[in-house]
Write a protein that binds this ligand. Structure first.
Ligand code: B3K
Ligand code: ZN
Length: 877
């Protein structure tokens, strides 16, 4: 496969003013007729070029140019394109193609899911529907006519407004849709099926009424409410927070079972994975309720950050994704607890994105090259991209950031633009210089920030020395502009900060936090009039996506954990104490010595469990030790077995020592009110189920009774799954088998619940899980063509570190087998599943060698898809 470079970008040679599509859906074959009104792009340097359209996996029937049928010699077709040698400056091109959605297992382009047809075009799926200029900087006005059997497909949807419809004498019917907004082909969508819908409406700030509909299979009609409420909250929030109003009178969401990712922001016709839209208490966990709200918001927000203003080319993907993730995170923070949301996001970023940035697939948020763009829908482009936008928001402050986003939307409405255009709008609106800051867009890697502090009693000064460095597999980047939010904590609270050489800081309450501009590889900041030796509170709110190193003593971490006014830093102090405690135990285990649990951690947890005034969600988060994945990421040549054993030993010790407190927390947080997915209830359930988890680790009869009672009496999926998961990971064999059987029996007709059942088993950390996983893949509930099932079994297994990294390499071999199978069926999913294998450099030599062996076996396959080839070849480099 060939590599495509950002530096080679050229404007399109042709433009498409109008795109008129006509689909006839039939069981054996779908016929697509397109009518494209095209002209040469006046901005293109080549004004005599042949017309080259993208297209693959279809059968071309006829091509017409300005009404004349072209003879076979007038055009050329190959695997990836249609070339018409000679065209005038302006013309109408018509194509008729045949496609087979029923055989399309890649779930890209037009495909069938259960009894419906649907599309997924981003990034380059439209070219599997018809020949086209399938690139985001070609924006066109679309009309779409769909013809299908009326009984089987009563609902026919596409983008924009329904402008006409009718019936034919053969039992088919047709609907014509017209989208008044120009858009790139990746935002095109079509749905046909026997669907039902719920309807609501929203009146925009300027008084437009918008009809909102969520389409699902009839059996899921009772699970749409939460998504609808989330949509309405999102629409309101975007008006209030970003001044963005919806621009059509109709907004549709459709749920489909077979979907490669979470959801897709097609103009006015968002298509969702059922797992990201359906929710009701009996079947859906709290976490999934929150995910539905966040994803509905995310896709809705794309209407402005993505659709009205779109990307010039796919290297600019973070322009819409990073910005939209930032927007949805702000929305979620406003809907619930800001601190909890921040901790969860940072925890994810530090565990997953830092690992990507340290591995062979590391890339800047604006990549410079790719073979297959689908491989670049990454945590780096999305989550790190959102952190870069967050830093801009901090550097500018709330009002100037809003001014910047207003300017960006106004200046570029209807255009396909670049990350540079975004930064420029922010600069122009604020007057701030972001030149050095731009390096975040072009340089990969996680900057390391080594900070040390020195207190001078004689001069009453405190100096912070900050050194930054960054290494990636490919290079050593130049210094980043890093906003370092900090405070200095004294015995009685945060100290007033007066930075040497800076304007005097007015004596007010809010001058106890500063954002230091770290711009050089080494810098010193001296604070004056510091009356006592302080403990620094650093990187508050996680003000930059960097790895902070400060040599805190364990007592200082204890102090920060209870005294820092920054919630993120309190949580992180607890995590870092956990890291030190686990490192001690890992070292002891590896040296064959007794593992001793850091007593401070125990007393910190004791304190957390005893203080009723603390936020329950935060307590639950702080009671969770750093994950095995996080530990593996910060320990060179990670020894997964040692990490797992040390961490389990620590947890069991904590469970045994604090049993009474866990029991008390369990009881105090057992709710009697009916389920609501609100902040307070979610917090209480999360603390209660954390307590249950620890209680079950002690494996007492009392804990078992509690757990079984919870399982049997649960009125919601959060409580049932927590109990089931505790049982599955326990040694109560008989009760476990009984609960698993009962659960399946009860929920077998609910696909999303069955997926949770699959995943709790695949994620079991006990020995023998791989055999169970193999058995699950033969279970009737499993289907390798359904990405949600694959993620629930294979994905959950690879996240199950101790089993996936079994020293005999069986986990790696199993994954390689699945990737080889999926390579032929669904290359995007295959490439995505490869992630864990590509990180071989993180692990101890024996594991790394076995991981490479599995990668080499995949590499040796014939007919590797571009997707898989790119990831495997880069990770073997
Ligand atoms: N924009 C889509 C992602 C499309 C992925 C294509 N491989 C969903 C989202 O980010 O909102
Ligand atoms: Zn997105």
């Amino acid at each position: 496969p060939k590599t495509i470079y950002l530096k080679d970008y050229q404007v399109p040679e042709f433009l498409i003013d109008h795109t008129d599509l006509h689909f006839t859906l039939a069981d054996d074959m779908t016929t697509v007729r397109s009518r494209l009104s095209m002209r040469r792009n006046p901005e293109s340097k080549t004004q005599d070029a042949s017309l080259v359209l993208h297209g693959q996996d279809m059968q071309l029937q006829a091509v017409t140019l300005d009404g004349t049928l072209l003879s076979a010699s007038a055009y050329k077709v190959d695997e990836e394109s249609l070339t018409v040698a000679s065209v005038p400056d302006s013309f109408v091109l018509e194509c008729e193609t045949l496609i087979k959605p029923q055989d399309n297992t890649s779930l890209e382009g037009l495909y069938r899911s259960a009894s419906m047809y649907c599309t997924q075009c981003e990034a380059e799926g439209f070219r599997k529907i018809t020949y086209y200029l399938d690139r985001p900087d070609v924006m066109s006005l679309f009309t779409t006519t769909i013809v299908a059997d009326k009984a089987a497909y009563p609902v026919l949807l596409s983008n924009g407004n329904n402008v006409d419809s009718g019936e034919n004498s053969d039992g088919s019917h047709w609907v014509k849709w017209e989208d008044p907004f120009k858009k790139p082909a990746y935002l095109f969508a079509l749905v046909a099926g026997d669907l039902e819908f719920i309807e609501d409406s929203f009146t925009t700030c300027s008084g437009n009424d918008v009809t909102l509909r969520i389409f699902v299979e009839a059996k899921d009609l009772d699970k749409c409410d939460h998504a609808m409420q989330s949509l309405k909250r999102s629409m309101k929030w975007d008006e209030e927070t970003f001044g963005r109003e919806y621009d059509l009178n109709i907004f549709n969401i459709v749920a489909v079972d077979d979907f490669n990712m979470g959801a897709m922001e097609n103009k006015s016709l968002n298509i969702f994975n059922t797992s990201c839209v359906l929710a009701k208490p009996e079947t859906t966990t709290d976490a999934a309720f929150q995910r539905v709200e966040a994803i509905v918001a995310h896709e809705y927000f794309h209407n402005w950050s993505g659709n009205r203003v779109t990307c010039r080319d796919w290297f600019q993907l973070s322009l819409k994704e990073g910005f939209t993730v930032y927007r949805d995170a702000e929305f979620s923070s406003d809907m619930g607890s800001r601190t909890v949301k921040r901790v969860e996001d940072v925890n994810f970023l530090r565990t997953v994105q830092f690992a990507e940035d340290a591995g062979p697939m590391a890339h800047p948020i604006r990549p410079e090259s790719f073979m297959e763009i689908s491989n670049f829908y990454t945590v780096t482009v999305y989550e790190k991209g959102a952190e870069i936008v967050r830093m801009i928001a901090h550097l500018l402050g709330k009002d100037l950031f809003r001014k910047g986003s207003d300017l960006y939307f106004e200046r570029h409405d209807g255009q396909a633009v670049t990350c540079e255009d975004f930064v420029k709008a922010m600069e122009d609106a604020s007057g701030k210089d972001l030149s050095q800051f731009r390096r975040w867009y072009s340089q990969a890697g996680t900057p390391q920030l080594a900070v040390s502090g020195r207190y001078d009693e004689v001069t009453s000064t405190y100096s912070l020395t900050v050194k930054q460095s960054c290494k990636t597999v490919q290079e050593t980047p130049k210094a980043f502009h890093i906003p370092l939010a900090m405070a200095l904590l004294g015995e009685a609270g945060a100290l007033r900060l007066q930075l040497q050489g800076a304007e005097p800081n007015p004596d007010s309450a809010d001058n106890t936090e500063l954002v230091l501009d770290v711009t050089e590889s080494e810098q010193q900041f001296v604070f004056e009039n510091i009356p006592e030796r302080p403990v620094p509170s650093l990187l508050r709110g996680f003000s930059a996506p960097v790895q902070l190193h400060f040599d805190y003593s364990r007592d200082e971490l204890m102090f920060l954990m209870s005294h820092d006014s920054d919630g993120f830093c309190r949580w992180d102090a607890c995590q870092q104490l956990g890291v030190l405690a686990l490192k001690d135990m890992i070292a002891a285990y590896q040296a064959g010595q007794d593992m001793q649990l850091e007593p401070r951690l125990l007393s910190a947890y004791q304190h957390l469990l005893s203080d009723e005034s603390l936020d329950k969600s935060m307590v639950a988060l702080m009671l969770s030790l750093p994950s095995e994945a996080y530990m593996a990421g910060i320990m060179p040549k990670a020894d997964v077995q040692a990490i797992h054993i040390a961490r389990m030993t620590a947890k069991v010790e904590i469970a045994d020592q604090l049993q009474a407190l866990f029991l008390q927390a369990y009881k105090a947080n057992t709710l009697s009110q009916p389920y609501q997915a609100n902040e307070q209830q979610i917090a209480a359930r999360s603390l209660k189920n954390t307590a249950l988890h620890y209680l079950m680790l002690s494996e007492t009869e009392e804990a078992l009774a509690l757990c079984l009672a919870q399982y049997q009496q649960a009125q919601n999926m959060t409580d049932s799954m927590a109990a089931l998961s505790a049982l599955v990971n326990s040694s109560f064999e008989q009760q476990k088998q009984q609960a698993l059987a009962d659960f399946y029996q009860r929920w077998q007709s609910e696909a999303l619940v069955v997926n949770q059942w699959l995943s709790v088993q695949a994620g079991c950390y006990l020995a023998g899980t791989l055999d169970k996983v193999k058995a699950l893949m033969a279970h009737p509930a499993f289907d390798i063509k359904n990405p949600n099932k694959v993620r629930s079994v294979v994905g959950a297994f690879t996240a199950n570190a101790v089993n996936f990294h079994h020293q005999d390499g069986s986990g790696y071999e199993f994954l390689a087998d699945q990737i080889i199978t999926l390579n032929a069926l669904n290359p995007q999913i295959a490439a995505r599943l490869l992630g864990p294998l590509t990180k071989w450099q993180q692990y101890k030599d024996e594991s790394a060698a076995l991981m490479r062996k599995a990668l080499q076996r995949i590499m040796a396959q014939e007919q590797l898809s571009k997707d898989v080839y790119e990831v495997v070849s880069k990770s073997l480099n």
